[in-house]
Design a protein around this ligand. Structure first.
Ligand code: AMP
Ligand code: MG
Length: 482
């Protein structure tokens, strides 16, 4: 039974939409409503985020209808966005929102404009052979991981709601369907610039540039300014990912946000045991997006953005020269951000270039001793770090040098406590959470979400969430949501 659209009569949820993307020319998007689903039921609604966005009202049944796409709220202008991108290095001239619909934007209490988007809301003109749907697993995974990232202080898209559709989704087997409502500073991607640039549609490219500058980087005057800002944001972002052991998994240019937020949580994962070559994504056969490759890949992605921006400039030769310098300067920015982040992890408020050797030495010893990334750094605070090493003397040798180095720091414990979380969304816990939810039990989802909302706090009741997986719990591969 399809729920009739008339259901929206008497709706009490108010979303103060203030849309800007919908006003861009028709070539930027396809206007269409989400496809209704059979039997929506609400799994989660992020009330603090809703408050921040300015949402009011709405009972549970209504929220389920709206965030399943069965009812279109007043003021929404639903659309699917066009973009393209390089996937694993190959340019795909047309991607676009194949299973997502932007409802519109709100300007929150903090004055920030944010997108509200349904993901898994049915087919669009950009769906190609896809069904436009998502199954419960990736929806809950994105909800947990994106909210954990935000709580860890990482720029990230957020999760506003998760809804079961009451319909099956067919992958290798039939799985329960779900819709995620995602909130983002915007959904502008490197690939949004690429699509118009590749088509040599300079008018559209210029409109996109003006729109992006006004929305994200109002100080930027030129394409070079914009490139520099995005490079800075992405350099900081990737360094922050690395400092938490996070592996995005699919750093295609369409999954790279101009805002500098982490976006498109697919086969992402936090490492347990530290090793720079760690890869989880089942489709990343050559380790293109391995943990330790991320700093190189983001530079490659910024080179694609630079290329896409060139047609906006008159003097091509001079522009290429300028952009090349910006892109070539990025590794130094990443190194500096990496040093700040990892310096803090070992208690240094103001790390110096030569401290990189000390940090690298620890990481090398960790990699050689199957040390758990998160627990080793956290245990620097309480003296338990050596227990994380298969050969604890490998830590002792490093500790002597480290102790000497931090001895003249004012308060290394404070610095470390703010940089080394106790809790990360570990893969095996996510898999256990999804398995329970598929069986209809959402309590573990709510428990994970609750604990991960305060990742730097010691929470003795939740100590099991700090444990690395037992051998039979290790997750070998993670999968895209498709
Ligand atoms: P992703 O790997 O999630 O970043 O998606 C890459 C592209 O495939 C994007 O254009 C998505 O919109 C599209 N896509 C992914 N899953 C589906 C699906 N189930 N139905 C339609 N399009 C999809
Ligand atoms: Mg994507």
């Amino acid at each position: 039974m399809r729920v009739p659209r008339a259901y929206i009569c008497g709706m009490t949820l108010h979303i103060p939409f203030d849309n800007s993307f919908a006003a861009l020319p028709a070539g930027f998007h396809a206007r269409l409503n989400p496809t209704p689903v059979e039997a929506p039921s609400l799994i989660a609604f992020n009330q603090p985020l809703a408050d921040q966005l300015g949402l009011t009202g709405g009972d549970e049944a209504e929220l389920a209808q709206i965030f399943a796409g069965n009812a279109v709220p007043d003021g929404a202008e639903p659309l699917a966005q066009l973009y393209s991108g390089h996937q694993f290095g190959q340019y795909n001239p047309q991607l676009g929102d194949g299973r997502a619909i932007l409802l519109g934007e709100t300007v929150g209490k903090d004055g920030v404009r944010r997108d509200i988007q349904l993901k898994g809301s049915g087919r669009t003109p950009f769906s190609r052979s896809g069904d436009g749907r998502a199954w419960l697993g990736p929806v809950l995974r994105e909800y947990i991981v994106s909210e954990a990232m935000a709580a860890l202080g990482v720029p990230s898209t957020r999760a506003l709601a998760a809804v079961r559709t009451g319909e099956p989704v067919y992958r290798e087997t039939a799985l329960p369907g779900a819709v995620l409502t995602r909130v983002a500073a915007s959904h502008l991607r490197v690939g949004t610039f690429q699509v118009f640039s590749a088509r040599r549609d300079v008018d559209a490219l210029r409109q996109l540039f003006d729109y992006t500058v006004a929305r994200h980087y109002p100080d930027a005057q030129t394409p070079g300014d914009l490139l520099r800002k995005v490079i800075e944001a992405q350099a900081n972002l990737v360094a922050q990912w690395m400092s938490l052991g996070f592996i995005h998994g699919v750093m295609n240019t369409d999954n790279c946000a101009i805002s500098g937020e982490t976006i498109d949580y697919g086969p992402c994962a936090f490492m347990d045991t530290y090793h720079p070559e760690t890869v989880f994504s089942s489709i990343d056969r050559h380790g293109r997006y391995a943990y330790g490759a991320q700093a190189d890949v983001i530079v490659w992605n910024m080179a694609q953005l630079a290329t896409a921006l060139v047609p906006l400039c008159e003097d091509t030769e001079q522009t290429i020269e300028e952009f090349t310098q910006l892109v070539h300067g990025m590794p130094d920015l990443i190194r500096a951000a990496w040093l700040r982040r990892f310096g803090a992890k070992i208690g240094l408020a103001d790390p110096q270039a030569e401290d990189a050797t000390l940090i690298m030495d620890l990481l090398t010893r960790m990699a050689g001793n199957q040390a758990d990334f998160t627990n080793t750094f956290r245990a620097l605070l309480d003296g338990g770090a050596r227990d994380q090493f298969t050969d604890p003397t490998a830590f002792d040798a490093w500790e002597a040098t480290w102790t000497a180095r931090v001895s003249d720091e004012a308060s290394p414990e404070t610095v470390m406590a703010a940089a080394n979380p106790a809790f990360i969304p570990r893969n095996h816990r996510i898999e256990q959470m999804i398995a329970a939810a598929v069986d209809g039990d959402d309590s573990y989802f709510h428990h994970l979400h609750h604990v991960l909302s305060r990742p730097f706090e010691t929470q003795p009741d939740a100590v099991e969430l700090t444990h690395p997986p037992q051998p039979d719990e290790v997750v070998q591969a993670t999968f895209c949501g498709t």
